[in-house]
Design a protein around this ligand. Structure first.
Ligand SMILES: *Cc1c(COP(=O)(O)O)cnc(C)c1O
Length: 222
């Protein structure tokens, strides 16, 4: 495996647009992540809290760990002390727990709200109206230990590029709409996390600021 070349190939596409590459390392062993780190990669994404915690303990301290998978409230504690960005916040209850754990560890935990944009039922996320409701809740401004940095979404798993493009465009529109609205100080629409191996080039065209790419870097899942 030429992880270094794979990272460079993805970065060559991204760099023109100032988009962050989150290397999705779920299921990959720490040695493989170390190899990507040695090639200069600092942002890594995992989808399980305990796996993330374990790898963070084994790997260099300056890695920026992104939680990209569905997060249960009782697992927030495992990643709260160090997680760099939680991409998958999909309820007020989860946000409250992240805030609580942030307070416990004396830090502000950056979060993205996951929006449901795909047509599949199985994907997690909030509906557009729920996102707007959530950020307009009075409580949000009082949560001193979270910061909402933007939105995350996953397109439908399909070959239909037009459909994917439309779904990303819908998410981008919501992102832009929220920017024009009134919201508390700890909410800022800066990051739009969309795009994975199969669709990150489309996501980039639609304004993604952060792509989550696994297989194009580490090879297909085994
Ligand atoms: C696994 C995963 C990715 C990366 O998928 P690839 O197709 O391997 O690039 C991105 N986002 C989420 C939420 C994932 O679970």
């Amino acid at each position: 495996m030429k992880i270094k070349d794979n990272i460079q190939a993805v970065k060559d596409i991204l760099n023109k647009k100032h988009c962050t590459l989150v290397a999705v390392s779920k299921t990959k062993p720490s040695e493989t992540i170390q190899e990507a780190y040695d090639a200069g990669q600092l942002d890594f994404g995992e989808n399980k809290a305990q796996e993330l915690q374990k790898k963070a303990a084994e790997l260099p301290n300056d890695i920026q760990w992104h939680m990209i998978g569905h997060l249960q409230r009782n697992k927030v504690k495992y990643i709260a002390p160090f997680v760099y960005l939680v991409h998958s916040v999909d309820s007020m209850k989860l946000l409250r727990e992240i805030n609580k754990q942030g307070q416990k560890f004396g830090r502000v935990i950056p979060c993205l709200l996951q929006v449901h944009i795909a047509s599949e039922e199985t994907k997690f996320g909030l509906a557009a109206n729920e996102v707007i409701e959530l950020i307009q809740t009075d409580d949000i401004g009082k949560m001193r230990h979270i910061q909402i940095r933007g939105l995350m979404g996953m397109a439908t798993n399909t070959q239909d590029k037009k459909k994917i493009k439309t779904e990303f465009a819908v998410l981008k529109q919501l992102f832009e709409k929220i920017k024009t609205m009134e919201f508390p100080e700890n909410v800022a629409m800066q990051e739009l996390s969309m795009g994975m191996t199969s669709d990150y080039e489309i996501a980039l065209e639609e304004g993604s600021t952060m792509v989550r790419v696994g297989s194009a870097i580490f090879g297909a899942k085994t």
